[in-house]
Design a binder for this molecule. Structure first.
Ligand SMILES: *Cc1c(COP(=O)(O)O)cnc(C)c1O
Length: 455
């Protein structure tokens, strides 16, 4: 066992290809459907929104997809990201478990999101696009795309969920510092936004609404394309750089994870760390338990229905089969804003449905307690989203102690919490409430699911 607690790769070891789980699925992913005809979508249907190169990645079943050299060149600024062994956390927990975390907070925007923002900006720029529209929840995606847009000379407009626009003013400042324009959503600038505001002038917004606004703005403005920070296959693909590096670093640590953990909002950082391991298992490799962790206040994987639904509130997006709480669901304004999405990546939903991964949900106070415990021994203050993964890792380590077995636990520490200190202040002063979501509310939002015969 190595004594080092930090496992670093040389930057020549930045992966040369992303890993595509679609290549190894024994059961194929259900098709994406046209919202009007309910027929499987063709590549042309997506052309107004995305450049051809990203559409090709969205449907590709090739196992390895080469990372363009200009993207690797930018990755080099913070990749390979470090992998730490959490020895002090292990000691504090008195656990025989070996706990490792992959630290994605070292990127310029402070999370895993630039791993896909950079290639998305690159491919759009290659296609001659100079303007991108997007949405953001807590602001991590908006700031990541703003950063990538600045590097490639692309104007970025971000529709930011209103409750976060108020809660996280410094994320907005960060987007503006990188040259993006940030608009509180719902906004009067789109028909989708105006319809919501007419019904409720103080609507807190949701990712579903912000997606509608960004898609509408894209379709209405020639020369503009749309970018999404999670959920889609190509986004998950780009994030696999995390897991591919982690695999090599675990070799340096002379260990292999028995359990791999990630938090899930739309599913991208989870997929990033987990899919390379899942793929290896599906190809007959080493068994590994994989755990997705979500907030109890937005429990799509654990309490949602696996059904065809829209990705947005105004129903402008295609229909995808996923675990959903219903596209009209407005998640309560809890603090892990990046996890406040009604649906789940179709690919993550699919592997959950096959029983290849586990899912669990935690209330936010328990997650902040775990984050504080982690910060006091490991030093890093995690993003509220990342606290969900920290909590699950701690629970699994405690279980190892109780069962008297040593397992190796790897989790993705997907971002830092430096822009989320108001949430920590609220937690530390006992002001955070554990919001849950009643069966009636759940049934109501699910009653509005579109009826699709093939589902
Ligand atoms: C955006 C974000 C998430 C949620 O998105 P996923 O696609 O599920 O990864 C989680 N953590 C952080 C730090 C984020 O920025």
């Amino acid at each position: 066992m190595a004594d080092r607690v930090k496992f670093l790769l040389d930057d020549s070891r930045i992966p040369r290809a992303w890993y595509n789980l679609l290549a190894d699925l024994p059961v194929p992913l259900p098709p994406v459907l046209h919202p009007g005809t309910h027929q499987p979508l063709g590549p042309d249907d997506l052309a107004p929104l995305f450049p051809a190169s990203l559409i090709a990645q969205e449907v590709s079943t090739q196992r390895e997809i080469e990372i363009p050299e200009p993207v690797r060149e930018i990755y080099r600024q913070w990749r390979p990201s470090p992998l730490f062994r959490a020895r002090r956390l292990e000691q504090a927990l008195q656990t025989p478990a070996r706990i490792y975390y992959k630290w994605e907070g070292v990127s310029p925007a402070g999370s895993h999101k630039p791993n896909t923002a950079v290639p998305q900006a690159f491919y759009n720029r290659e296609a001659g696009i100079r303007r991108l529209a997007t949405e953001t929840g807590a602001g991590q995606w908006g700031s990541s795309l703003a950063f990538a847009g600045a590097l490639f000379g692309i104007d970025v407009t971000v529709y930011m969920v209103r409750v976060s626009y108020g809660q996280k003013p410094y994320r907005r400042a960060l987007m503006e510092a990188w040259g993006a324009k940030c608009i509180a959503s719902p906004s009067p600038t789109t028909a989708a936004g105006r319809a919501i505001l007419a019904a409720r002038a103080d609507h807190p917004g949701s990712l579903g609404i912000a997606i509608s606004e960004a898609v509408e703005a894209t379709l209405a403005t020639p020369g503009t394309k749309y970018a999404l920070g999670s959920v889609l296959n190509h986004v998950l693909l780009h994030q696999t750089v995390i897991g591919i590096e982690a695999m090599e670093q675990m070799l340096l640590a002379d260990d292999e994870p028995d359990i791999v953990i990630g938090c899930t909002g739309g599913g991208s950082n989870f997929a990033g760390i987990a899919f390379p391991y899942l793929g290896r298992r599906l190809r007959g490799g080493r068994a590994v338990r994989i755990i997705a962790v979500e907030p109890a206040a937005c429990p799509s994987l654990t309490r949602g229905r696996y059904a065809y639904d829209f990705g947005d509130t105004a129903h402008l997006t295609p229909l995808v089969k996923m675990h959903t709480l219903g596209s009209t669901f407005t998640p309560p304004g809890f603090h892990a804003g990046g996890l406040r999405y009604h649906g789940m990546a179709p690919l993550v939903s699919h592997v959950a449905q096959q029983g290849w991964i586990e899912a669990r949900a935690y209330p936010q106070n328990d997650c902040f307690a775990a984050g504080i415990q982690f910060a006091r021994v490991e030093g890093i203050v995690p993003a509220p989203e990342a606290n969900h993964a920290v909590k699950a890792a701690i629970d699994e380590a405690v279980r190892c102690r109780e069962e008297g077995v040593s397992r190796s636990i790897l989790f993705n520490l997907c971002g830092h919490g430096h822009f989320d200190m108001q949430a920590y202040t609220d937690y530390l002063s006992g002001k955070l409430q554990d919001l849950t979501y009643s069966e009636e509310e759940l049934a109501m939002a699910l009653a509005a699911l579109p009826s699709v015969s093939s589902s």
